[in-house]
Write a protein that binds this ligand. Structure first.
Ligand code: 5GP
Length: 220
């Protein structure tokens, strides 16, 4: 029986967790902590044509590449999903990046916009779990954006201006969390991940496990 239980634990189908929310809701901080606390969830490093920001590392934050390299990947059908940002940059999720984790039963976490989430949901409806983060108030959202000290006043106003448009997609997500307290939100995301891992479809080893139980019951 212990052999069957071990098999059950080994054979897992990884899920894809997408966390999205308007700028300033804290999705970056939530993603970072969830990844740091759970070795079985991996970050999907996206491709982008934008230049690296200070401190960003190629292959860690993004796979930074030229427009030509990006075009070549489109021709090779290398993307799960891709999007052109309003600032003229292009982003995308590589199939190879995601499949290398899912195939060995690891879950994958994505930081992508609602349009990417929509494409992923269409391509892999049974494997994608989406989580939307909301700020507790607009006052708090502005406070967080200003507190980041990374964006100019113009960029902050731009991000505030995009809120209404971005938040209009909240109903498309499976789970919606109000990020009032970072630690509390991280724990909630971890609970969502645990629950999703227990779904029958994510435990393909169950068939064999139950067959073993039935065999033993018939012998007893
Ligand atoms: P940034 O340039 O600030 O890193 O990201 C800009 C936006 O692009 C963010 O909303 C981020 O979630 C989104 N993004 C980053 N990578 C991907 C990706 O691979 N696909 C999609 N659809 N969006 C992405």
């Amino acid at each position: 029986m212990s052999g069957a239980i071990n098999y059950l634990k080994r054979v897992r189908r990884g899920a894809m967790f997408i966390i999205e929310g308007p700028s300033g809701t804290g999705k970056g901080a939530v993603c970072k902590e969830v990844l740091a606390r759970d070795p079985h969830i991996k970050f999907s490093v996206s491709v982008t044509t934008r230049a690296p920001r200070e401190g960003e590392v190629d292959g860690v934050d993004y796979h930074f590449m030229s427009e030509e390299e990006y075009d070549r990947l489109i021709l090779e059908d290398a993307f799960y999903e891709r999007v052109n940002s309003q600032y003229g940059h292009r982003y995308g999720t590589l199939r190879s990046e995601v499949d290398s984790f899912l195939n060995v039963g690891e879950d994958v976490l994505f930081d992508m916009d609602w349009f990417g989430a929509q494409q992923m949901r269409e391509k892999a409806p049974n494997d994608v779990v989406t989580i939307y983060l909301l700020p507790p108030s607009i006052k708090e959202l502005r406070k967080r954006l200003e507190g980041r000290n990374t964006d100019s006043k113009d960029v902050i106003e731009q991000r505030m201006g995009q809120f209404v448009d971005k938040v209009s997609h909240w109903r498309e997500f499976d789970y919606v969390l109000i990020n009032e307290d970072l630690e509390d939100t991280i724990r909630k995301v971890q609970r969502i991940i645990s629950g999703e891992r227990m779904k029958r479809v994510r435990q393909p080893g169950l068939q064999e496990f139950v067959e073993t139980l039935v065999e033993e019951a018939q012998k007893a």
